[in-house]
Each structure stands twice: as C-alpha cells, then as structure tokens.
Design a protein around this ligand. Structure first.
Ligand code: ADP
Ligand code: ZN
Length: 517
C-alpha cells in the first residue's frame, strides 16, 4: 500500500500536509528523522502511518500518561491495533497486552520513557525480542535542559540507540530553538538524522502586548469582546490562577483554575469541562495544555510574563487550531522581568543560568518591539519572514515616524565612547548630562555628555529600545545587560544610513520601562 492510500484508508484524509510525506518516506527508507512542526500541524501521522505500513511494532514514547489512552482509543477506532503500558493499569491488563505483543497483534505501543529503561525492568529485553520496526519520541524537547519543559526521565532515552541500534528513530516536537534541536539530536544519538522543519507561522493568531497596568480592567474589556469564546489565561503562580479564577467566577464567567497542585481528579474534571465547553475560561499555570486537543480555543492571555519565547509560542499556539482567527494577548511589566530574572538563577550552574537569562532577555525584547512581532517570533525559530505581518499590534498601530538619524548617532556614539560597557540607564544619564555620583569624571569630558539633554529620559528609553529593535544596537545577555554596537551601527555613525524613529505617541507606562537592576 502506498503512504497516500494508507492516509486515505486509515485516517480518512485526502492529502498530506506540510512535510508529512517526505518524513514518512524517510522512515520507510530506514533513516532517522527529527521533526519540528507547530502544534496542530499533524505530527502524529508521521509515525502512525509508517507504523501501519511497516511490518512489526512501533514504540511511541510519550511524556503524559493521561494522553496515551486518548491516542490509543483514536487509533483503535481507525482500525489500527494500538495499546499502552503504564502504571495505571492492573497486572492483568498488562499481561494481556504483553501476550498480544508476543503474537504480533499490536502495531503501536505507547510508553512513558521511564518505563522503557527502568532498572530491573525486563520490558526493554522483551521488546528487543520482538520485531520492532520504528521508535517515535514525542515531545522530544523534554530531553533538553534548554527546552522549556525538561523532564529528567527523558534523559534515559540516551540509551535508546544502544538498545535498538538498527531501528529508525523519529523525534518530534513543536518547539525547539537551535540550541535545543542540537541537544535533542546529540542526546538521542540519532544517526545522520534528516531534519524536517515546517513553517511555524500561525497566520490566524494575532499577537498583542499591553502594559501590565490595570490589567484586570483590560482583561474585562478583552473578555467583553469574546463573550462566548473559549480561552486560556496563563499566570505565573498557582495562587494567582486561583485568585483570578475566583474573581472571574464572581463576575459570572464560566472559569476554573488549573495547576499542578490540584488533585488529579480536579485537574481531569476541569480539563474535560473545558474541552466540552462547559467551562469557557481556564486560568492556569504552564502545567495546563500539553496535548489538550481542543480546536476552538479562540484566545490565550498571558497575565504574567512567560520565561522564554518557546514556552510563550507553545502556549499561544493552543489558540486557533481550527484555523479560525484567534488572539494572543500578553501583559508586560518590567517588574515581572525582574522577578523572572531572580528565578532564572540556577544554583551552581552558571552556564545554565546564562542561557536562561538570555532566553528571558529575548522574551523581554519581544515585549518591547517596535517592529513586527510575528517576524521576531519566526526569526527566533530561524525562519525568515517579511517585514510586516499586518496583524500584530505593532503592524496594526499607525506609526508616525521622523528622521531620527541624529538621535541615533548620538546614542551610538555614546555607546562607543563608554566602550560598550554600560547599560541603558547610564548611557541615558550621559546623553542627558546628568551630574550624579554614578557618572565617571572622564565621561563628563566627552562630547556626547549632555548632547541629548533636550530629550526626556522616557523618550530616550523608547529610542534606545527602538534602535535595538531595528538592529542598530544590541544588549548583552546576563543580569546586567550593557548596550553594544552591531554590524549595522557603523553605517549610521558614518552617516551612510538614515534612521526612521517613531514619533512619541502614547507614552504608556510599563511598556516603556526597562528592567531595573
Ligand atoms: P500535532 O501532534 O502536531 O499537534 P496532530 O497530529 O494531533 O497534531 O494533528 C492535528 C490535527 O490535524 C488532527 O486532528 C489530525 O487528525 C489532523 N491532520 C493531520 N494530518 C492531516 C492531513 N494530512 N490532512 C488533514 N488533517 C490532518
Ligand atoms: Zn506584525
């Protein structure tokens, strides 16, 4: 049977989406593959279909026991014999599945990673005695510290290629930046893996960032325009999910909280009610969402700042899986950035701390963009995108610009004069000719000292951020970011390049603060 025939016969779809067909061919040819596809893109078919076509067993590693049952049920409904083995089953049930495996009655077997490599567990040996044709690792980013959802038990999968040296392996994830991708490939020791990266653009989701001030009132206004829609509100702490859920209930909304501290029963109940539209709003920590198959989520609000772009993109990606227009709204404050900066400290691990801080810094930059947010997001995942999407808040806001070349030159030359060793606060003080105790005497002698005294501090902050957005300046990563030049700076300093800056329109509070140190 051809892959296309199998797609039609077993899954009822007319044609392949994204790179599904190429991925499937790669596996049928016996090669390893790494697949990056956005949530809802159709990753499952990439291993379920080869499982049907190959003779033998496909092992699927999946992190969430709670989801295995749904997936297995769905396969069985489609006439594909599938099963899972996990700790929720009785001994009798497990024995039954083992017996069916022995006689080759099962095509797909779902397992949690720890199950496969538990010491003293004979399961691996047993599986080695069977004809295994393919191994799929779902949510493969969980193997990497650099991913946004590291799970230590995934590290056990490092032994996979040793245990099953000849079997093709497919690793799948919806979110992984370059570093995480590299880490996945190394940790799994994939053999000459082919990488399949689908476009991450979620064209039907529009992105907006609002200052986190009076955010409750702003949320009410937002919800007013989404009366019957389902949505998710992400908060940083368990406590705040409960508080906000209570507030919303008091206002008459069908809202429930969801976080890892709730009992499994309550979690399952709230999740199911949401899927069945009996609850319209889930107020959740990041514990909520992975694998939730609800296509009509119309909006996602981040009430607090997410820790990194991967998590943010994954969470916003839960909106609009049905392809209809959906919204992502994030409330940003510098205070949140400072708080997360403290959380990012990993004890005795400066390397990891540095990476977490860099990711946080990238997240903060996203919130402060004066250029298209979609472009930034896609570039973050190494995907080129034209200048403007036309549907994020930045693109939709009419901008009046002016020739800011002189302002840019002053800023860039100040950064040059202080040898790229000072943060935005100091550079602004220098430009404004501040005479405070922090100001070095030698800097008071510079030509740029006081050269921008006619511009307010708030405007300077805005201009510097815009210069960063435009790529004429950048910041170092770490606790105390300093301003640095880029490869685009020289042209401005030499007067070869004009710089358009945004005329100060709404100078809105939090949006215009930079994190304090
Ligand atoms: P992911 O795991 O990437 O989030 P799924 O595998 O759950 O996505 O697929 C998302 C939805 O798209 C599912 O409802 C699936 O049945 C559907 N789907 C997958 N491939 C195709 C296809 N080729 N044509 C139409 N629908 C598809
Ligand atoms: Zn845009």
């Amino acid at each position: 049977m051809t892959p296309l025939k199998a797609l039609q016969q077993y899954f009822g779809y007319d044609q392949f989406r994204h790179q599904q067909e190429a991925i499937i061919r790669r596996l049928l040819d016996g090669g390893d593959a790494m697949v990056l596809m956005p949530t809802g893109g159709g990753k499952s078919i990439c291993y379920q279909l080869p499982a049907v076509l190959m003779d033998g067993l496909t092992i699927v590693i999946s992190p969430l026991i709670a989801l295995m049952k749904d997936q297995v049920d769905a396969l069985n409904v489609n006439g594909i014999p599938a099963a899972y083995l996990n700790s929720t089953q009785s001994n009798g049930e497990q024995t039954d599945i083992v017996n069916r495996l022995k006689v080759g009655q099962i095509k797909l077997l779902y397992l949690a990673p720890e199950r496969l490599f538990k010491t003293g567990n004979r399961l691996t040996e047993f599986l080695q005695s069977l004809k295994v044709s393919l191994i799929a690792i779902d949510e493969a980013h969980c193997i990497s510290h650099w991913g946004h959802d590291f799970r230590p038990e995934y590290l056990m999968l490092a032994g996979l290629k040793d245990a099953f040296p000849k079997i093709p392996v497919i690793a799948l994830t919806a979110t992984a930046d370059q570093l995480t991708r590299k880490d996945i490939l190394e940790k799994l020791a994939l053999h000459e893996p082919a990488e399949f990266v689908s476009s991450f653009n979620r064209a039907n989701i529009s992105y907006t960032v609002a200052p986190k001030k009076n955010s409750y009132d702003k949320l009410m206004t937002f919800l007013d325009s989404h009366k019957d829609d389902s949505g998710i509100i992400y908060c940083l702490s368990r406590q705040s999910t409960e508080t906000l859920a209570e507030q919303l209930k008091a206002e008459g909304f069908l809202a429930e909280a969801y976080h890892a501290g709730l009992s499994n029963e309550i979690k399952a109940k709230n999740q199911e009610a949401f899927v069945r539209d009996e609850v319209k709003i889930v107020v959740a920590t990041i514990a909520f969402g992975m694998g939730i198959n609800k296509s009509n989520v119309r909006w996602v609000v981040h009430y607090d700042l997410p820790k990194n772009i991967e998590g943010y993109y994954q969470e916003t990606g839960r909106a609009g899986r049905d392809g209809l227009p959906s919204e992502a709204l994030l409330f940003f404050s510098a205070g949140d950035a400072n708080k997360l900066q403290r959380f990012a400290q990993v004890e005795d691990n400066p390397e990891q701390t540095a990476i977490m801080l860099k990711k946080l810094n990238d997240m903060v930059r996203y919130c402060q963009l004066t250029t298209c947010r979609r472009q930034y997001l896609l570039n973050y995942f190494n995907e080129p995108f034209p200048d403007r999407c036309g549907s994020c808040d930045v693109c939709l806001t009419e901008r009046e610009t002016f020739d800011g070349t002189l302002i840019a030159q002053k800023a860039l030359s100040a950064v040059t004069r202080v040898k790229e060793r000072f943060g935005a606060g100091y550079v602004i003080d220098l430009l404004r000719g501040a005479n405070n105790a922090k100001m070095f005497e030698e800097h008071k002698q510079l030509k740029t000292y006081g050269a921008g005294a006619d511009i307010s501090k708030a405007d300077w902050q805005r201009y510097l951020r815009e210069l960063i957005s435009l790529g004429f300046l950048k910041t170092s990563d770490g606790m105390y970011p300093v301003l640095m030049l880029t490869e685009k700076s020289e042209a401005v300093l030499k007067g070869w390049q004009k710089v358009e800056l945004t005329l100060s329109a709404v100078t809105e509070e939090a949006q215009h603060e930079t994190p304090q140190h």
